[in-house]
Design a protein around this ligand. Structure first.
Ligand SMILES: Cc1cc2nc3c(=O)[nH]c(=O)nc-3n(C[C@H](O)[C@H](O)[C@H](O)COP(=O)(O)OP(=O)(O)OC[C@H]3O[C@@H](n4cnc5c(N)ncnc54)[C@H](O)[C@@H]3O)c2cc1C
Length: 337
C-alpha cells in the first residue's frame, strides 16, 4: 500500500498529529510525506527522521501561507500523477478544508477524525466517534484514493531518529489563485489542548473560596472574577509543573474566568490527554463528551455526589484551594522542580 501523508504546519510549526499519521502510514506500507510551503527544508528533514520513505515538497512563495485553492490544486495534481492508495491528514481546520476540496477534485470521499484504521481484505475500515463520542462507527470510503483525517493522539507517534535522512523530491506547484494573505492577528492566547499530554481544567468551583478577601471597592461580580483568577492561578501552576495545558468548563468560560480557547466539551475542544485533572467541575454530560477519552481522569470536587466521580479513576473529595496547591507541591518534589 502506498500512502501519502500531508504534513500540516503553520509558519513552519508542524501539527504533531502529522507524525502520528506518518506512523500509521508506515504500519500499512510505504509512506510519502507531502510538504507544501516555502523554506520547508527543516520540515522535510524532520519528516525523514520520523520515518518517511520519501518526502515530496511543493515549494513556492505562492504557497507560503495556506490557501485552499492552490494547496488543493497542487495536491490533486500530485495525487493524479502518482496514484497513492491512501492519503492521511492530521485533523485541523486547514486540513478539513483541504481534504474536502481535494476529494471533490479527485471524485472520492474523506473519512474525518478517525481513531483507528485496519485493512480488511482490499478495504480499509476506519473507526470514528459519532454522537459526541457515545458510539464508535466503522466506516469505509468507496472512492479511490481513500482519504482520511486522523484524530490527534489517537495513534502512536513514531520516535524521531536523527540518523534517518534523505533528499526531498520537488513536485509541481499549481499556484493559480486570486487571493493573498496580508497577515494574521491572534484573537486569543494560543492554547493547544488537542496535543496536550496533560490537561488540568478548572470549572465554576475555581471562584468558590469565600475565605479569600478581594481588594476593597470591588462589586460582587468583580470579586467573583478576582477569586476565579486566584483559583485559575493554582490550576495553571499545577499544569505548568506537569508540563501540561489549562482547560476549563463552559461555566468558567461563560462567567468570564478564562477565554473560550480553553473550553473542553461539546461546544469546546474534544481532548484525549494521558492525564486529565478536573478541578471544581461537576461533570455535566456536555463537559464529559470532551474529555472522557482521556487515559486517566482525576477529579477534585467538594461534592462527593458530583457526576465527574463516575468518570474519574481517582477522586479527591475536598476543597480545590487546599488540594491543588498540595498536589503541586508534591509533584514539584517528586519531579525535582
Ligand atoms: C448546548 C450546550 C452545550 C454545552 N457545552 C459545554 C461544553 O462544551 N463544555 C462544558 O464544560 N459545558 C458545556 N455546557 C454546560 C454544561 O451543561 C454545564 O453547565 C457546565 O459544564 C458546568 O460547568 P462546571 O462543572 O464548571 O459548573 P457547575 O456545574 O456549577 O459545577 C461546579 C462544581 O464545582 C464544585 N466546587 C465548588 N466549589 C469548589 C471548591 N472550592 N473545591 C472543589 N470543588 C468545588 C461543585 O461541587 C460543583 O460540582 C453546555 C451546555 C449546553 C446546553
Amino acid at each position: 500500500m502506498k500512502t501519502f501523508v500531508y504534513v500540516d504546519h503553520f509558519k513552519g510549526e508542524v501539527q504533531p498529529a502529522s507524525w502520528e499519521a506518518l506512523g500509521l502510514a508506515k504500519s500499512l506500507g510505504a509512506a510519502s510525506a507531502i510538504v507544501f510551503g516555502s523554506s520547508v527544508d527543516a520540515i522535510a528533514k524532520t519528516a525523514f527522521e520520523h520515518g518517511a520513505d520519501e518526502v515530496l515538497v511543493a515549494e513556492e512563495s505562492a504557497l507560503t501561507d495556506y490557501r485552499a485553492e492552490p494547496y488543493a490544486s497542487t495536491l490533486s495534481a500530485l495525487v493524479s500523477s502518482q496514484g497513492p492508495d491512501l492519503i492521511l491528514f492530521p485533523t485541523t481546520t486547514r486540513t478539513r478544508e483541504l481534504a474536502a476540496m481535494t476529494a471533490v477534485d479527485l471524485n472520492t470521499g474523506v473519512l474525518t477524525d478517525i481513531s483507528a484504521l485496519e485493512a480488511d481484505g482490499d478495504q480499509l475500515v476506519a473507526t470514528r466517534p459519532i454522537y459526541e463520542g457515545k458510539v464508535l462507527e466503522k466506516t469505509v470510503c468507496s472512492g479511490k484514493p481513500v482519504m482520511a483525517t486522523i484524530r490527534g493522539r489517537a495513534f502512536p507517534k513514531p520516535e524521531a531518529d536523527a540518523n534517518k535522512s534523505g533528499t526531498a523530491t520537488k513536485v509541481d506547484v499549481k499556484s493559480d489563485t486570486l487571493t493573498t494573505v496580508e497577515g494574521y492577528s491572534a484573537s486569543e492566547s494560543a492554547v493547544n489542548l488537542g496535543d496536550a499530554g496533560v490537561i488540568v481544567s478548572g470549572g465554576r468551583g475555581v471562584s468558590n473560596n469565600p475565605s479569600l478577601q478581594p481588594p476593597a471597592g470591588m462589586n460582587e461580580k468583580q470579586a467573583e472574577l478576582w477569586r476565579a483568577q486566584q483559583g485559575f492561578a493554582l490550576v495553571t501552576e499545577l499544569a505548568q509543573v506537569l508540563g501540561g495545558a489549562v482547560g476549563a468548563s463552559r461555566a468558567a468560560v461563560d462567567a468570564g474566568y478564562i477565554p473560550y480557547s480553553h473550553q473542553v466539551g461539546q461546544t469546546g475542544k474534544v481532548v484525549t490527554p494521558d492525564l486529565y485533572i478536573a478541578c471544581g467541575i461537576s461533570g455535566a454530560i456536555q463537559h464529559l463528551v470532551g474529555m472522557r477519552n482521556a487515559k486517566l481522569i482525576v477529579a477534585i470536587n467538594k461534592d462527593s455526589d458530583a457526576p465527574i466521580f463516575k468518570q474519574a479513576r481517582y477522586g479527591v473529595v475536598g476543597d480545590l484551594f487546599q488540594i491543588v496547591p498540595a498536589l503541586t507541591e508534591a509533584f514539584k518534589k517528586k519531579l525535582g522542580k
